[in-house]
Design a protein around this ligand. Structure first.
Ligand code: CMP
Length: 139
């Protein structure tokens, strides 16, 4: 089933200079870039994006990190895009990520974990609309 998901290359991924390598993994594995932009998130945008985590002990630190430098926002499209992206990213904590995954290869720790991907169709719909208007996404 063709599906869309939101991907973020986080500030550590941009700083490490691996934008191209990460995009290549998506494109080489059947995910098309349907929208893409590089932005420096405001605190309000980052807090709104991670609203579901607002009660977690790591929330303040996560928001500080996400506004510490530019990020690359993408809408990825393809068959089972949500699951496929999560498979390519690997486990949230890079220490637990499988060999050959983006987080195993590039991430530093559970916070500086290089990429974000939507975890369900509901979160994908919320996350895509948080950052992209309909006219910014190609068909
Ligand atoms: P992400 O998939 O972007 O969603 C929430 C983020 O919170 C997660 O990746 C991690 O980068 C970050 N995070 C920091 N500490 C933790 C933690 N202890 N458990 C889960 N996520 C954490």
């Amino acid at each position: 089933m063709a599906e869309r998901t939101l991907s973020i290359i986080k500030p550590d991924g941009v700083e490490k200079g691996v934008i191209g390598k990460i995009v290549d993994r998506f494109e080489s594995n059947g995910l098309k870039i349907a929208a893409m932009k590089m932005v420096h998130l405001s605190r309000k945008e980052a807090e709104g994006f991670y609203y579901v985590h607002r009660e977690r002990p790591f929330f303040a630190s996560l928001v500080d990190f996400m506004v510490s430098g530019p990020v690359v926002l993408m809408v990825l499209e393809g068959n089972n895009a949500i699951a496929k992206n999560r498979e390519l990213m690997g486990a949230t904590n890079p220490a637990n990520a499988d060999k050959g995954t983006i987080r195993k290869d590039f991430a530093t720790d559970i916070e500086r974990n290089t990429v974000h991907g939507s975890d369900s169709p509901e979160s994908a719909a919320f996350e895509i609309s948080h950052f992209f208007s309909a006219t910014e996404i190609v068909n």
